[in-house]
Design a protein. Sequence first.
Length: 188
Amino acid sequence: MVKGMRLINRSMWLIMGILFVLAGVLSIWNPDFVMVSLVFLAGCIFLISGVSNILFYLSANSYVFAPSWFLADGIISVLLGIFLFFHHEAATTALSYLIGMWLIFIGVSNLIKSFDLCQFRVSGWFLVTLAGILEAGLGFLSLWHPFVAMLAASSMIGYCFIVQGIIFILLWWFVLRYIDKNSMSIFY
């Protein structure tokens, strides 16, 4: 039974590696695949982010500097997530514009949130300020060149998938060649 589990673990790494490499090649070769996947993933992220900001607003509005920003952020994120779920075609073509506008809003929102952190003397509050400025800047860049932003995003995701796939295949190779031959099977 233990030997069967080792074989399954090794095989899973090889299968995952091959699948990641194929997904990476597909992402680079066919950016539409990535855009449809990103629309679904972005919808999930926006809904979760929006609901958590609304819940934070409801629980912490008495001691936060600008609680209405949390509520506005939450409502806009939830609405954007719902839009992405129900309008795939329109969302795919408008995704870079939507993300650009959202990044600008989130950047400004994070700038304001950083003032809360500064007021409470939280060390490192300036990192939230820098993140807000970076997010707003990326939002403006995405609005300025939306097609280039989407092609770059799909290529970057594709390359990350390929690298992750190669890592899985190397782990499979390492376990197959070195760990099993040296009887070092403490992990498998």
